[in-house]
Ligand binder design. Structure first.
Ligand code: DLL
Length: 442
């Protein structure tokens, strides 16, 4: 291992990242068979599921047999809280992380020492794919703690040999100063927090464009391609989209290389499928559906066919970077954050893209859904830039109607637009809240 060059890109683990697809599939099958044996022997939940479906680990003879295996859902993890799905004795676990989500029981995930090492290496792969080298200074502003963002990015940067600044979330003005004083070249945090930091910098006379900062590793929440371009422009960086989820590992499941043409999912560790969320049937490459992931190497908390609820599609054609691992399209939202407004399906990210394409509005917004009588209402609150704020009412009205028209045209719903004063929408220290659904639950 170690940074090696192919063409003009650097790969952390050149052998595994460029495995011919045929060899990748062989490796996946071997690992899948081993996984089935491990969970059948060690996780009563899976033994019961396999038995109920009349499947033995030895029945898995090809990758297509994966379809015979049961799905695992978030609720299964909740029902087995905290340690019920662990596949090794508790004393062999080296660390736990947890995700609470916005509703319901937390989910606890365990990592053995080897799981942590693999995570570090996969995160290092991701960082290399963005052009990070051991000479870099990586400012990690993902939250440290039970959330996987902070420690995940931290271990990855260390595994790569870079210097880490473990800043965690919060204290935005101080963090902007630290970015300047310590000369960070890489910023890793949620895209909304990066914007928050940038804003705090501008307020204290620190312009990211004047700093040595050159790479952003942003993820943990949905964001649009237009937002990525706008951040690159504002901050003078190359911004990458990193994906992951606690149940599967944390950050580092997938990331875009310098081609920025989809996010590579590390197929030697994760087996990806796309299914129709309604029927559970597998969908072919190119079609958008729910991402389902099987962890091939995890020892502590392995999962079979985990339904992520994230919507994306698969592209297995070769990438110019030389990596052979498939690419997922930018996450288009979650099956559970799709808003149904007066019968029309709307994804918050569609609205974000439209906002980002409108001059005079800032990337701070909140979508408020409510009900009046039997009618759903949609309001988009968005802060305007200080320049527009000082302009004439007529200019504000023009922006309002432009936004309203584009939302009507692209999303098919009428939205009330509320232009807000700069800084009036609450900032988050981690993942931003973009939607407030006030409709009574049915
Ligand atoms: O957010 C892990 C992570 C941390 C990923 C830092 C990337 C960077 P959870 O808190 O369990 O884990 O949330 C996972 O967040 O199922 C997606 O819905 C969403 N998500 C994560 N990354 C992206 C992304 C971490 N790049 C859930 N684009 C996932 C869109 C994302 N959504």
């Amino acid at each position: 291992m170690g940074g090696r060059k192919t063409g003009n890109t650097v790969l952390f683990d050149i052998k595994n990242e460029t495995l011919p697809r045929e060899d990748l599939r062989k490796l996946q099958l071997q690992r899948l068979q081993d996984l089935c044996r491990r969970v059948y022997a060690n996780v009563p939940f899976y033994k019961k599921r396999f038995d109920e479906m009349g499947i033995k680990p030895s029945d898995i003879r090809s990758l297509s047999d994966l379809r015979r295996l049961p799905f695992t859902e978030k609720q299964d993890l909740r029902n087995n809280y905290p340690y019920g799905l662990f596949a090794v004795p508790r004393e062999n676990m080296a660390r736990v992380h947890a995700s609470s989500g916005t509703t319901g029981q937390a989910v606890v995930v365990g990592y053995t020492q080897r799981d942590l090492e693999n995570w570090g290496k996969l995160m290092a792969r991701c960082m290399c794919a963005c052009g990070v080298t051991p000479e870099d200074i990586v400012h990690v502003a993902y939250g440290y703690g039970l959330f996987t963002g902070g420690l995940g990015a931290h271990d990855g940067a260390q595994t790569l040999g870079a210097m880490v600044v473990p800043a965690s979330g919060g204290a935005t003005k101080r963090q902007a100063q630290l970015l300047r004083d310590l000369g960070a070249t890489v910023l890793a945090c949620t895209p909304s927090f990066a914007l928050h930091l940038w804003e705090a910098g501008m307020e204290t006379g620190i312009n990211f464009r004047d700093l040595p900062l050159k790479i952003g590793i942003f993820g943990g929440e949905p964001w649009s391609e237009s937002m990525r371009h706008s951040m690159e422009e504002k901050m003078g960086i190359d911004a990458h989209n990193i994906y992951g989820l606690s149940e599967i590992m944390g950050p580092g499941v997938a990331i875009d290389c310098m081609e920025h043409n989809g996010i590579h999912l590390w197929e030697d560790h994760f087996l990806a499928e796309i299914i129709d969320p309604a029927t559970g049937e597998n969908l072919p490459d190119g079609e958008v559906g729910e991402l389902v992931i099987t962890t091939l190497t995890k020892e502590g908390s392995p999962l079979i066919r985990y339904r992520t609820r994230d919507l994306t599609s698969i592209d297995s054609t070769p990438c110019r970077c030389g990596r052979t691992h498939l690419r997922l399209s930018r996450l288009a939202g979650r099956t559970d954050d799709m808003l149904i407004i007066r019968g029309v399906n709307v994804f918050p990210q569609q609205i974000e893209s439209l906002l980002m394409e409108t001059r005079g509005v800032s990337p701070n917004y909140l979508i408020v859904v409510d009900r009046q009588g039997s009618m759903d209402t949609l309001e988009v609150q968005v802060e305007v830039t200080p320049q527009l704020f000082n302009d004439k009412i007529r200019d504000l009205q023009a922006v309002e109607s432009r936004l309203q028209n584009s939302i009507k045209e692209f999303c098919g719903v009428t939205a009330k637009i509320r232009l807000m004063e700069p800084h009036s929408i609450e900032r988050s220290g981690g993942k931003a809240t973009r939607v407030l659904d006030r409709r009574p639950r049915q």
